[in-house]
Design a protein around this ligand. Structure first.
Ligand SMILES: Cc1cc2nc3c(=O)[nH]c(=O)nc-3n(C[C@H](O)[C@H](O)[C@H](O)COP(=O)(O)OP(=O)(O)OC[C@H]3O[C@@H](n4cnc5c(N)ncnc54)[C@H](O)[C@@H]3O)c2cc1C
Length: 472
């Protein structure tokens, strides 16, 4: 703890977003950076608590106080070393993590939390800029071959960890590019894709092989994979989106959020999209169904595409703006989140259920919604009550952003014959080993749709499980 009084004398200072009237015209990252002096000052606010709740709440167990101290003392290489010891990709989490650590920062109880996430990004960018992140291929290979299926954060973390332990790694990806939802899902205005390229290049230099455009279970038989590799790690994500089966669902102009977002990521990457496949919000009245983060990404993307209006609706009640007694510190607070995209111009509404899609000439033109209420039952659960009060919202592009239910079972998982758990995710033990010999699982495919930080933690856990399986 470099400066014992900083938490009393210095206020939290965020880098903030680029000006709204500038950022909505491009897909560049919205978040800015602080100058070095301010960044170091922010690190000094860390109190080096006896019980660091920030560490406890981070799925990676990041040693926050240690690297805040190193940052304050301008020991940048040391700060990166400590950070990287528990997190393979701090350049991703430093940008897009909801920062569970900051919510449980002890300072958050009475003041504003330390800017842990921004500090993380700053340390990592400096490390890349100054060139002390260098390829570190393993000194020795152990002769064991591992295939990772899926190149999202879970697959990348598993591959990175195992490669450094001396395994021979091949990552298979069905898309044309590496990164999973980091690449084709999360908008460029939250995560510039060059950040992913930079890390992939490093992993390639360290010996990890990446094979794109191969859907295992379709283009490459699952049995072949088992025959060719000593172990397989399934990191295929939670690919099945939650659907809405209201009347009129088959009208044109109703799409899953991810289909819309993936297209825009591809457009930014100059990947051509056939005219008859284009999904665009330009001049449209956009209705985003689902009040979460994926919905918020649809809002920001629609605004950049030039939507006439954007409305986001949610079936749950509006959360409280600041404190929520139901989720007290140090728990993650269930409070109203207003993203950079929401600030850019969007009507947000709560307690609305979608009852009907209305159309003309086979195209959606409006959506009928009904006001709902939630009432507690005798068993302590919440029961959905339809009030009968209906209204119609104009919409010629509807984006379904209601989350993801489980991984895709057709193809790979069925061919392998791995067991499912009660939520239809891939069942596994503490080592993330599935019911099939030498097959492991990590990330959203194991735990359901979650966060990048959890996917990285899960990939690391599976890598540990695989290493233990071979007594390495
Ligand atoms: C729109 C959106 C925005 C998000 N924003 C954030 C955010 O800001 N912060 C955050 O922390 N989290 C965010 N998330 C959640 C986060 O992206 C996921 O939790 C995380 O990416 C899961 O990682 P994963 O590696 O398990 O799976 P994924 O990232 O889904 O990667 C799985 C990969 O497996 C590939 N694959 C699937 N089947 C096969 C097969 N048979 N053969 C070969 N390859 C296959 C897929 O193509 C995909 O590339 C967001 C999610 C979405 C949808």
């Amino acid at each position: 703890m470099g400066n014992p009084k900083a938490f009393l004398t210095l206020h939290r200072k965020e880098a903030g977003y680029r000006p709204l009237n500038e950022r909505v015209f491009d897909y560049g990252e919205v978040e800015q950076t602080l100058n070095t002096e301010d960044r170091i000052a922010q690190a000094s606010r860390c109190m080096d608590c006896g019980v660091p709740f920030c560490m406890w709440s981070c799925p990676l167990g990041n040693c926050q106080p240690e690297w805040q101290d190193a940052l304050y003392k301008q020991k940048w290489t040391e700060a990166y070393r400590i950070l990287n010891a528990t997190n393979d990709f701090p350049e991703f989490t430093g940008r897009i993590c909801p920062a569970l650590c900051e919510k449980s920062c002890v300072l958050a109880l009475s003041h504003d939390a330390v800017t842990i996430r921004e500090n993380e990004a700053a340390i990592t960018e400096k490390a890349f800029l100054e060139g002390y992140i260098k390829p570190q291929p393993p000194k020795q290979r152990n002769g064991k071959k591992v295939a990772v299926v899926g190149s999202g954060p879970a697959g990348l973390a598993a591959a990175n960890q195992l490669n450094h332990k001396g395994f021979d790694l091949t990552v298979y990806e069905k898309d044309e590019t590496i990164g999973g939802l980091l690449r084709l899902g999360i908008p460029d205005f939250k995560l510039n894709k060059k950040i992913i390229d930079r890390r992939i290049h490093l992993m390639e230099q360290e010996g990890v092989k990446f094979v794109t455009g191969v859907e295992v279970g379709t283009n490459l038989a699952a049995a072949q994979l088992l025959a060719d590799y000593d172990a397989v790690c399934l990191c295929i994500g939670a690919g099945v989106p939650r659907n809405l089966t209201a009347e009129g669902r088959d009208l044109q102009g109703i799409h899953f959020a991810l289909d819309f977002l993936r297209q825009q990521n591809r457009r930014v990457a100059n990947v051509p999209i056939a005219d008859n496949e284009q999904i665009t919000a330009k001049d449209k009245h956009v209705l985003v169904i689902g009040g979460g983060d994926t919905g918020s990404d649809c809002v920001g993307t629609s605004i950049r595409q030039g939507a006439a209006s954007v409305t986001q609706i949610e079936i749950m009640p509006q959360p409280p703006a600041d404190d929520n007694p139901a989720t007290p510190w140090p728990a993650y607070p269930q409070v109203l989140k207003t993203s950079s995209s929401h600030e850019e111009g969007c009507t947000r509404r709560w307690l609305l259920d979608t009852t009907k899609f209305i159309g003309k000439d086979k195209k959606v033109t409006a959506v009928e919604v009904e006001n709902v209420e939630w009432q507690p039952t005798a068993e302590g659960k919440q029961q959905l009550i339809h009030t009968g009060k209906k209204e119609t919202l104009q919409a010629d592009l509807v984006l379904l952003a209601m989350g993801f239910v489980h991984p895709v079972w057709e193809g790979l998982l069925q061919n392998l014959g791995v067991a499912a758990n009660e939520r239809k995710n891939v069942s596994s033990n503490a080592r993330l080993q599935t019911s099939v010999d030498k097959v492991f699982v990590a990330g959203d495919a194991a735990v359901g749709a979650s966060l990048v930080v959890r996917a990285i933690a899960s990939g690391r856990q599976a890598a540990k499980g695989i290493a233990e399986f071979f007594n390495c």
